[in-house]
Design a protein around this ligand. Sequence first.
Ligand code: NA7
Length: 544
Amino acid sequence: MFWGEVMTQTKTHTAKLDVVVVGAGFAGMYLLHRLRGLGFNARVFDAASGVGGTWYWNRYPGARCDVRSLDYSFSFDKELEQEWEWTEKFATQPEILRYANHVADRYNLWPDMQFNTRIEGQTFDDATERWTVTTSAGDVIDAQHVVLAVGTLSAPKLPEIKGIDSFKGAWFQTQKFPKEGVNFLGKRVAVIGTGSSAIQSIPEIAKTCKQLTIFQRTPNFSFPAGNRPLARDEVDDMKKVYPAYRQTARQSFFGQPAEEPTQSALEVSAEERNARYQKGWDAGQLVGILGAFTDILFDKDANDTVAEFVRAKIREIVKDPVTAEALCPYNHPVGTKRPCLDTGYYNVFNMPHVRLVDLKKTDITEITATGIKTTAESMDFDVIIYATGFDAMTGSILKIDVTGRNGLKLGDVWKDGPSTYLGLGVHGFPNMFTVTGPQSPSVLSNMMVSIEQHVDWITDCITALRDKGFKSIEATDKAQKDWVEHTYEIGQTTLYPLADSWYMGANVPGKPRVFLPYIGGVGPYREKCDEVAKNNYEGFALAK
Ligand code: NA7
């Protein structure tokens, strides 16, 4: 149990608020801290029983952040930055959750957070220019602003497989793993999916289970994380340079300082190219590989060189040539599905009790009472783990019944894909903001950097409205159309559209196929947002 769970249950619900914040992840917590400091009456709601968002739910074995801990942390308070001690290069889920709880304690956020409460609907009143927000706990809140800090990977997705409810053994989703963990000792375990959650958990599960069968629909590119404990002087050195380092991160492309590439992968010799990839591979940092050359995310031939480098590594590590070949990705360029960082993933396939089932050859036809049936065979299991991903970026927003001006439903407006201005506001939905929403850098960046940028921008905006006596702010149709077009145009210059990825909405049947995040870079995006604010919120209509 975490500190906030009991304390917050007794709080009386507030009926009138300046700001409703949806989500008690890092974005929601920083929003609350900032809004309260600026004198707003704000409250955070979350369906979970504690803080942490993504890190509250995703408790599967081996869960870690794939951004370095020293980067994946708040920078808004120098004291917090100096006092917190990360222990590993890539923090584990429990350590990140401890950090989230530390933040909530340090800023005494608990009294203004309400847990076990899902926001079910929000309706904009054209006459009062305010939102009526309803919750699963029966609250009805009259709020001037609503900030959706709901997370981008927060709407878990089960696969569309026949018979999913008929399995009589134990089954779990990686995104909702039980707090007490699962004992795999002596168990026959199936894992469906080979995204990051599967790739992180498989080596851990393999350590104790009796038999492990991995059902792979699409092989992924995975790189060794090279995780290790952080050395004392490494932490101290970073703490000395943090202010300048963070500033560089804010202006960088991915929200993490990295050497800026200057050359195309195709203008250097194969030896030099492979030497750079090897450096990235050894460094265990995604930006090291994706940013090794200027054109890896933009030019298929350039991308093929790194794809072949990884495939050669897989063939080198995995002893059985058939399994090795099945693990080699060919159907998408490197980086166009989120690449993974692993700890011993490919080595697992050399263990005698581990087996890969290639669903491209023998697809799953049914989940049965005792296991999984494919086109080739029936297999019995004690445990099935679904590591089958999320309805990303829009799923968690559209779970809320959002009704804007003139009865406009957000679900209808977004039926062909999301439309936003800067990934911050939506035309027809005044006084509603999204944090790291679609059409912002979001999942293509270090989330902490993007969260801080959005929270600062949103809270500055709400303050400016109050100080200048404006009741509402709304993205204009024109500014939104231009931004959406710019987002798509810039997406089209990359290789991302070539993959059936969750970046493209392709993993959810019926979801419109559009490129969801903004790939213009964290630094340039920040500049654009700052410019908009400086020009009196250009592209937004303000009303007194
Ligand atoms: P991902 O990356 O969306 O991975 C989900 C995996 O599940 C992926 O391999 C899917 O294959 C697979 N999947 C989904 N549906 C099925 C069915 N019906 N049958 C077989 N396999 C299926 O989610 P994660 O939780 O691993 O990672 C999410 C992000 O968290 C990650 O990108 C990091 O940013 C952290 P597919 O590729 O769709 O063929």
